[in-house]
Design a protein around this ligand. Structure first.
Ligand code: SF4
Length: 424
């Protein structure tokens, strides 16, 4: 049992408010439950409670046991002098304010429906992948859809904070920030941080400066990534990159990353960072200002066309430097394009449209997220196994948010589905 259950029962008024009495037998009438407060200080501020016909206005504090009042040292804290009601689950002692007056106490447990307490304890103790998975059938489709819509917006707001922090560092330079966002997308989940680090090593100004020349862009990115072979290569293309990078390194006083930052193991070769870097270089060679180009889009088809890039010929027969692979054109695939759109480009447009009040940009990005099919990863497959089937990328983003930010930390009392389950 946790104190959060008392807060939930009180703020949602899910208890029998008739015939409430203090531990001393005085009748209690609640006129206002107060404002829930999650920071330091009393739990509910400015409640209105009538005790034995006398109206009290002030704060309401909650504890599992009355004695927690002393454990938390509220008896010496002036912030608690205005507490008018102590609401507890178990009463083990009377408690007093710092001026020595006793605080009226209400025991909530006997007034709380037994099913609600049972369901809460069940969700907290369940060890299944999603704690409520055996109860999900009881949630209606309308309830499921409504919560997924809220979660999708919440996920976008979460991304806003990340973009906003980067915009501040980049002094609101939108193409630089977009470049960092796109790089994370090209890194996929496994190499996203390394790609972002690469953008620090190769700032957008350098990308723009050399955008006309693909070999220079590739030399810059591969060299700064620390991925170029250190020994003189016999392959003409690799040798060209080595010579070009040596020149750029000395000209711009560059310091490369360590190769140890890059992950290749347990990964499909098509997702190797070498191929993704080559494709990112090809994208910036094709459009040096992708934010401007992509934000003009009118459809998913148009955006896809911009992102369909073909890397240098060497990468048609290699997955890595000196690692020959069966030849076929290694342009970026549709699934990878969708992932870059879902994880980087569209959330960035939603953010930018929101902060710059460009409603059209934001709405177009949201509608494209609804058009792109759901992601297909382990987490989404687990949800599908539970018969929760996302219809679009917007839904799959919502399910990622739900699992990572609610289920995994058992925030069932803050979850709309949890609220439905609790009250069954
Ligand atoms: S957070 Fe919601 S979906 Fe997740 S286990 Fe709890 S009730 Fe279920």
């Amino acid at each position: 049992m946790k104190e959060e259950l008392l807060h939930y029962v009180w703020r949602t008024k899910k208890f029998d408010t008739r015939q409430l009495k203090t531990t001393r037998g005085e009748p209690i009438q609640i006129e206002s439950f107060g404002t829930y407060h999650q920071n330091a200080g009393p739990d509910f501020e400015y409640g209105r409670v009538r005790i034995a016909d006398e109206l009290w206005i002030g704060h309401i504090e909650m504890h599992l046991n009355s004695s927690d009042w002393y454990k938390h040292r509220h008896d010496t804290d002036p912030a608690y002098n205005n507490v008018i009601l102590h609401v507890v689950w178990e009463h083990d002692m009377d408690v007093q304010r710092s001026d020595g007056t006793t605080i009226p106490t209400l025991i909530l447990k006997p007034h709380t429906p037994a099913a609600l307490t049972y369901n809460y304890q069940y969700l907290q103790a369940s060890e299944t992948w999603v704690p409520c998975q055996k109860m999900l059938f009881s949630i209606s489709d309308i309830q499921k859809i409504g919560w997924l819509e809220s979660l999708a917006i919440e996920r976008m707001i979460y991304r806003h904070q990340q973009f906003e922090a980067k915009m501040n560092v980049n002094v609101s330079d939108v193409e630089s920030t977009f470049y960092q966002a796109i790089a994370r997308g090209f890194g996929m989940k496994v190499n996203a941080d390394s790609f972002e680090q690469l953008t620090q090593k190769v700032p957008y100004e350098l990308i723009r400066k050399y955008a006309d020349n693909l070999i220079t862009l590739e030399a810059l990115l591969f060299g700064q990534a620390g991925l170029l072979p250190p020994k003189k290569s016999s392959d003409a293309y690799v040798r060209k990159l080595q010579i070009e990078y040596a020149f750029l390194k000395s000209k711009h006083q560059l310091q490369a990353m360590s190769i140890a930052h890059w992950k290749f193991s347990r990964m499909r070769p098509a997702n190797f960072p070498t191929l993704r870097i080559a494709q990112m270089a090809a994208l910036y060679h094709k459009v040096s200002r992708p934010f401007s180009a992509l934000s003009e889009f009118r459809s998913l088809k148009e955006m896809t066309k911009i992102l369909e890039v073909q890397s240098s010929e060497y990468w048609n027969t290699h997955y890595h430097f000196d690692m020959i692979a069966p030849g076929s054109k290694r342009s970026i695939g549709k699934t990878a394009i969708h992932l870059v759109l879902i994880n980087s480009i569209l959330p960035f447009f939603i953010y930018y449209g929101h902060v710059r009040h460009i409603a059209d940009l934001k709405e177009k990005a949201l509608s494209i997220l609804e058009e792109i099919p759901s992601e297909d990863n382990q987490l989404i497959r687990e949800w599908k196994f539970l018969d929760i089937n996302p219809g679009s990328a917007l839904d799959s983003q919502a399910l990622i948010q739900l699992k990572k930010f609610y289920c995994d930390s058992r925030r069932c009392l803050q979850c709309a589905w949890g609220s439905q389950i609790m009250n069954k």
